[in-house]
Design a protein around this ligand. Structure first.
Ligand SMILES: O=C(O)CCC(=O)C(=O)O
Ligand SMILES: [Fe+2]
Length: 321
């Protein structure tokens, strides 16, 4: 995008790769809580295993935002290490009032409680990623996730202010609804994937576990801390940092008894922005070789949407072999 072109001049709404329509999981469970159709059953090696990784969960860094804002160097180093070693951390004292978080939770819960006909008034249209439904379904054979989603691309803010503050930042918001599952050991709520954008800010349910991240080959649960926010590095930050900061494979598992809702806010560059390793990241001793090609974010995103979510397979497009 040239420097004299601004977001407000780009009138055309972006189009997305369309996803094959699939059943509504919440409705499936409402009709028969015990059925788990074959389309949702994972191959043995992909199923959540009953291994206890809680000793690793307690090592996932917790960052105190109030310390960062006071310029605390130790906390800044902790954040730097978190991005390099884990790609995930939880943030406490983030300054977002608990009432605001609660309102988000209440309004999402209210939406998912509506009858299907009401929810379907906001159904995701073909070629769009916004709305109620499912994305990333590219073949009839694909094993499906045990969840429904509501996705919004948030552009309603004052563009001038937004541009001033963030230049080309785009925010998309996805509410994931995971109905309970009678066979949680055979399904996944969300397939393993890394997030394509810059960073993701995730509000989990305060008590129900589900999110797991891949760390040194193991699936490690991120235990909820009430009112904390989970932050993870996306693929674009991995590219800008030439791999110093890691965009980590993660997934969500289903719960046998309770529905779980998570709220993911994806921050990303504008579609036209070209992303490549920053010069200063190439001069470090650790990563002298350029590991990524230049990619246009919009193309990268759409390319990833043509594939089912499959770990970091979609990142190949940007990798230098
Ligand atoms: O539900 C979760 O905890 C994870 C959701 C997620 O990874 C996503 O929406 O990209
Ligand atoms: Fe994610």
């Amino acid at each position: 995008m040239s420097s004299n072109e601004t977001l407000s001049e780009i009138e055309e709404p972006p189009t997305y790769v369309s996803s094959i329509p699939v059943p509504n999981v919440q409705e499936l469970v409402r009709k028969d809580p015990l059925q788990v159709p074959q389309r949702y059953v994972r191959d043995q090696q992909d199923r959540p295993k009953d291994t206890d990784m809680s000793h690793l969960s307690s090592l996932i860094p917790i960052i105190d935002m109030s310390l960062l804002l006071m310029g605390n160097k130790d906390e800044l180093n902790k954040l730097d290490l978190a991005c390099q070693e884990w790609g995930f951390f939880q943030v406490v004292n983030h300054g977002v009032p608990n009432e605001v978080l609660q309102k988000m939770k209440d309004s999402a819960a209210e939406f998912f409680d509506l009858p299907l006909e009401e929810k379907n008034k906001y159904a995701m249209p073909p070629n769009d990623i916004q709305g109620y439904g499912h994305a990333y379904i590219v073949s009839e054979e694909q094993i499906l996730d045990w969840s429904d989603q509501l996705i919004l691309v948030i552009m309603g803010m004052d563009k001038e202010t937004l541009l001033e503050l963030h230049k080309q930042l785009v925010q998309a918001y996805r509410v994931n609804y995971y109905p309970p599952c009678s066979k949680p050991d055979q399904v996944l709520g969300v397939s393993p994937h890394s997030d394509p954008g810059t960073i993701t800010i995730l509000m989990q349910d305060d008590y129900i576990c589900g999110l797991q991240i891949q760390h040194k080959g193991e699936w490690v649960p991120i235990n909820p801390i009430p009112n904390a926010l989970v932050v993870n590095i996306g693929d674009m930050t991995e590219i800008w940092s030439n791999g110093k900061y890691k965009s980590i494979n993660h997934r969500a598992v289903a719960n046998p008894n309770k529905a779980r809702i998570s709220y993911a806010s994806f921050l990303s560059p504008q579609d036209q922005v070209e992303v490549e390793p920053l010069d200063q990241m190439l001069n470090s001793e650790k990563n002298p070789q350029k590991m990524y090609k230049r990619v246009k974010y919009g193309e990268y995103l759409r390319n990833s949407m043509k594939m089912k979510m499959e770990g970091k397979a979609h990142t190949k497009m940007a990798k230098i072999d």
